[in-house]
Design a protein around this ligand. Sequence first.
Ligand SMILES: Nc1ncnc2c1ncn2[C@@H]1O[C@H](COP(=O)(O)OP(=O)(O)O)[C@@H](O)[C@H]1O
Ligand SMILES: [Mg+2]
Length: 382
Amino acid sequence: MADKILFIDDDIDTLKLVGLMLERQGYEIAVASDGVSGLAKAASEQPDLILLDVMMPDLDGFEVTRRLRADPSLAHIPIIMFTAKTMVDDKVAGFEAGVDDYLTKPTHPAELTAHVKAVLTRSAQARAAGAEKATIVAMLGARGGIGTTTIALNVGLILQRDGHDVIIAEFNPGRGTLALELNIPNPAGLSNLLRRSLKDIHLRSVESEILSHNVGIRLLPASPHPREVELEQAIPQMEAVLNNLASMCTTLILDLGSGIRSYVKPILKLCDRLVMVVEPVFPTNILALNLLEEVETDGISRHKISLALINRVRTSLQIPWRQVETDLGIELAGIVSPAPEQAHQASQGSMPLVLSQPDSLISDQMRKLAQGVAVHLRPEEG
Ligand SMILES: Nc1ncnc2c1ncn2[C@@H]1O[C@H](COP(=O)(O)OP(=O)(O)O)[C@@H](O)[C@H]1O
Ligand SMILES: [Mg+2]
């Protein structure tokens, strides 16, 4: 099927000339001679690309761009701004309004065609990437400090080694510990993204903030600076970052911290699975029940939720794990035993448990837990 291009220009001669030229290249063409009818045509025609003049009598090209970008059903359509102006300021204003590319009139037909092709190819690639979304596994602690990040890191690493293409993202701004555990200085990536306006959160900007750590995994750790906790209010930005991350890997492990923070419910709606991390001791067991009730009333069904039990105290002090499992009524993905020395050594050496102590009981338990998570993932090739 031919790509459809909508050309919006108040100069009828240009409309005809360029329209005809593009038609000859095999594109389907729709035209509009002012901003208002251009917006209406964009909605009715759903073009693959919009060529847009800047100077028009009613709405100028910048305003048309802003309105297109503000409409969720039109915001994805790439725009090439096509104008007589050669001022650098206009280009900057165009990019700020959200155009994808810029051409100055008069344009050589070959140059126009090359730009049209390049922009269409890029947007098709972005769509293709978007169609192949990762399985998103959220990890959420019933309370803080019980080992949610440790589990996310180690399970993520094991899945990566088992052939999944994994990214671990710590969605917990201002409370991050992942970077500290791995001795990554100044992890500002997530905060940088959450401070951006929505149109500036795309594959390129998200990709540029991902760290490839030498333990063999891609990470987006959260800042450990408490003042950045306020960024947890940037929920649309978090959703946009999440969607982009999901098109860059096959398995996205999200560490959501603990409890129901403001972003947790909207983000959980985008996740395929939830692993609740619970310590079988009072009062964490009660917090876990409350947390489960809360996510369930928000429409996350029980069969999407697994339980990871982590013990940090002697067995004699714990509530039997079978009882906790029965009380919660969700699938048990795995159990992790107390291992304070190993956990301490891993932190000291900035090396995840499963790599620094692969033969320990806790590494074995992490691998079992990863298997419990993997049964819900798509099998990987190779
Ligand atoms: N099985 C375990 N036994 C003992 N200590 C652990 C265990 N797992 C993790 N820890 C330690 O507990 C502390 C908190 O872990 P962390 O994963 O950061 O928790 P959370 O993300 O829930 O706040 C860390 O110092 C970690 O090394
Ligand atoms: Mg944590």
